[in-house]
Write a protein that binds this ligand. Sequence first.
Ligand code: GLC
Length: 559
Amino acid sequence: MTSEWWRTAAIYQIYPRSFADANGDGMGDLAGITQRLGDLAELGIDAIWLSPFYTSPQKDAGYDVADYCDVDPLFGSLTDFDAMVSEAHARGIRVIVDLVPNHSSDQHVWFQQALAAAPGSAERGRYLFRDGRGADGELAPNNWESVFGGPAWTRITEPDGTPGQWYLHLFDSSQPDFDWTNEEVREEFRRILRFWLDRGVDGFRVDVAHGMIKADGLPDWTPPAEGGSMGGAAGLEEAVVDPAVAQAPYWAQDGVHEIYRDWRALLDTYPGERILAAEAWVDPLPRVAKWVRPDEMHQAFNFAYLETPWQAGALRRVIDDSIDAFAAVGAPSTWVLSNHDVVRHATRLALTEPNPQGHGVGPRTPGLGDPATGLRRARAATALMLALPGSAYLYQGEELGLPEVIELPDDARQDPTWFRTNGERYGRDGCRVPLPWASAAQSYGFGDTDAAWLPQPASWASFAREAQQGVEGSTLSLYQALLAGRRAHGLADGSLEWLDGGADGADVLTFRNGDVTVIANTGATPVALPAGEVLVTSGPLDVASAEMPGDTTVWLRTA
Ligand code: GLC
């Protein structure tokens, strides 16, 4: 039977380091996830996506993989993984894992072999080693910069002790890029896909799915100053496509699509609708849609939506553009507001200054805005998102209304971005702080000790899951109501009809999806609440005056 479950799925991202810590060492683990699956079932999600838990020196929180087919002891074992998958499946929750094909860790056996081998060898040929420029090869092969700041090349010392070749790393120097023109690399990743498919996973979220192929000759390239670091435009203004971004010789090269066709064919040999979801920071949307043509991936993250400000006109445009662009290739749109790489939307939506993706926020960031406004907008934005047709991604902790942690001490920060820019960019640690489960417990119940790999703020007691469970008006109760309503009214499978608003300068958006009318007031001024039974509201309503305040979204049942 084909249900095409992924077209409508609500997929919850677990960042394993920070979700739940079963052994009390301060680092979340697979056993912790298994213990908490009941809470996720209760939340009402369809699938979980796990960020990497593979063997890794953890230079980029596990996105630096040393062994793609094993579990890092920090997170448990393959046995723990199997137990987690079977428990999830028993609860009707599908499991998606992260696949990191653009680069490995420098501790991967292949990279260690490459360092020990000679220039021009088959071992070096699995990565992108090049001779340097300049009289003695002392200059990097080209001018590319790492997404995390600093040069994208590192020079090695040859086995004989002389200064040697350079290798490419679009991210940290501990993350050498594979050469995807090499068939051996392709075959190895087919093996990795099969390894996890055979273990029962329901799909893969493909990391940096726009970066694996580089333009021939690796030509010099200077990115535009205002571009987002991963390739998409970013900021408070509506995303504007910079034609220059579209030309980066390492993003969105046509050659990547052949790889995904190959993987799709492989996945299709497995029963049970296993899926591929692309992390492709590419714009505009019709370009992203190339990743989800019928014989490629199933889904692509909609970062254009994530980057849209809380403003009715901009939202209406991005919603229309998303639905149109994905429908043109027969794919569902996806929707997402937060993940482990961006400032949590409860903080981001109140920022008053542009903040490029990946830069993060900290105590010295200007324009942080008011946290209460941020939370109100985040709740309203989620209520809008979960009424849209398509598949939605949620990031752990947003169901608690967690803000970005701004006051992390400098010496606690771990994101390579922080180190590679000498603290100029804070990076992404603020959205990765371990979750609060219980107000009064040590580490807020993240584990049963006070250990947490990033310090949790003193102010988090009120955000704890236990403090919100069953409490009317809590963010957790709101998410439960939204997810249940989305399912009961078939919204993810529905279609959208605009009723009003969204004109330039307007603050209110109104649309219908099936028997639900959704009104989002993105402005500050209260507006009249139309007649109808209130199914869900993201914030308090003044029923007596029949008004909805600003920064609020309401679902009404209409005849
Ligand atoms: C992706 C991941 C991010 C990681 C980067 C390098 O963007 O989401 O966390 O740092 O790839 O693997």
